[in-house]
Design a binder for this molecule. Structure first.
Ligand SMILES: NC(=O)c1ccc[n+]([C@@H]2O[C@H](COP(=O)([O-])OP(=O)(O)OC[C@H]3O[C@@H](n4cnc5c(N)ncnc54)[C@H](OP(=O)(O)O)[C@@H]3O)[C@@H](O)[C@H]2O)c1
Length: 241
């Protein structure tokens, strides 16, 4: 069994996921970048190697349940443990499209990656975490999916509904998984990273990737048995669902 804590970051080849992987590796965890293109994953690793950290790459596509089972099987065989799961990978396909016009296919594809992907990942890793009586699950959500955010407060009206509803569902999943898993030392939380300078967030976003990754890394490395769980955080503070 690996002596270091082992972390899996989905979508760890770019954006916030890559930065989370980087920060976790600098904190001494063995980090596995989960991504659909292994080639892209190794590109990220070769960049991070210049900072003196070593990471691993494993292929995983959230839309492919077989690849999720396979990656968790390999982690069990090769490391015997998984301490941290960062459900980071996500897509937005309906930016600016009204809920009255969004195509059902777009809604389904978004839920497939942003909701069913994390659900599958959680169902696959929790048995391993339960065996060790320890786990940290961080779901990368968005304030756009909070009920408060959807009640017009963000001025977005009914746009980007597929993306936003997928994050509302991810928030609900966070709460329900926590109800089942907390008794086994598994702390499950949702995070809004703020709007971050990535391909998704755009170059004019107010936050750097380092800022966007910070709260997820904080929750992923919280060692206290009574640390936060079942919560929703931005900038290390609880926010409204
Ligand atoms: N950036 C923001 O302002 C912001 C704000 C709120 C919440 N978030 C959330 O934070 C997370 C990361 O966002 P980001 O800005 O870093 O996004 P990003 O730059 O667009 O990167 C998304 C990552 O997800 C991966 N991915 C997409 N579909 C996948 C699938 N089916 N299987 C595996 N990986 C898949 C991508 O892989 P490929 O390289 O192969 O495409 C990429 O690595 C997302 O969940 C997002 O919703 C971001």
């Amino acid at each position: 069994m690996s002596s270091k804590r082992v972390a899996l970051v989905t979508g760890g080849n770019r954006g916030i996921g890559k930065e989370i992987a980087r920060q976790l590796a600098h904190k001494g965890l063995h980090v596995i970048i989960g991504c659909r293109s292994e080639e892209k994953g190794w590109q990220a690793v070769s960049e991070l190697r210049s900072e003196g950290v070593e990471l691993e790459v494993q292929a995983v596509d959230l839309q492919d349940p077989g690849s999720i089972d396979a990656v968790v099987y390999r982690i069990r065989q090769e490391h015997g443990r998984l301490d941290v799961l960062i459900n980071n990978a996500g897509i937005i396909l309906d930016r600016g499209v009204s809920v009255l016009d969004v195509e059902e296919g777009v809604m389904k594809e978004t839920l497939e990656t942003n909701f069913f992907g994390p659900l599958r990942m959680i169902q696959a890793v929790v048995p391993l975490m339960k065996e060790q009586g320890y786990g940290r699950i961080v779901n990368m959500s968005s304030g756009l999916g909070s009920f408060q955010g959807m009640q017009g407060l963000l001025g977005l009206k009914g746009s980007s509904s597929a993306y936003r509803i997928s994050k509302t569902m991810l928030n609900a999943l966070t709460v329900l998984v926590d109800q089942e898993a907390a008794a086994y030392g598994i702390q499950t939380n949702a995070v809004c990273p703020g709007r971050v300078q990535t391909d998704m967030g755009g170059t004019d976003a107010p936050h750097s990737v380092a800022e966007g990754a910070d709260t997820a890394v904080w929750l992923a490395t919280a060692e206290e048995e009574d640390g936060p769980t079942g919560g929703y955080f931005r900038e290390r503070r609880a926010i409204s669902w």
